[in-house]
Design a protein around this ligand. Sequence first.
Ligand code: SF4
Length: 206
Amino acid sequence: MSGTENCEDTVGYTLHGSRYLNLTNRCGILRCAFCPKFNGAWSVKEYDMRLHHYPSADELVEAAGNPADYKEIVFCGMGESTMRLEVMLEVARRLREKGARLRLNTNGLGNLINGRDVAPEIAALIPTISVSLNAQDEETYNRHCRPKDPRAYASVLEFVESARKAGADVTVTAIDGLPGVNIAACQAVADRLGVRFRRRVLDDLV
Ligand code: SF4
């Protein structure tokens, strides 16, 4: 992947009245077995999410369009936005100046990826955060998300707690229908962490 611009890439896309930003295809730590990209499917609705370059902050701000036209601007592509933390935060800062309502959809591994607790700095700029919890326990999580780092599940829980303490409105999600995933038990984890819970269905990335 190069750093040069490629106009064919889907950097921004619109779903359900919100504008989404696609920062990267890389996830760093997870290789989720249910992820469409590992099954050769790179589409979200009519959008091809494959990136052939890393979109710059300028490009992302431009792709966000006019925030007044959308319910919210969401950092969410087919990859983990916190892999590009500095760019994401710069874009968030600039979009806030334009009055945007911001949300991050994340796998919750920003702390492990960046080697420190990044939740407070994210929460300071992006007030709404949706985290893929994916499972009620580490064993089930590891089966489906196949993390390269054994600390992944614990780190997701720490991220959620830190983001909540920093004042973010945090929702954790899990996919209904994956073998062994107990939605009621995932809800109980959310309750324990003091955050909201949302059940998702497979193939729904947002
Ligand atoms: S974190 Fe998301 S994009 Fe990354 S492999 Fe898992 S499902 Fe796919």
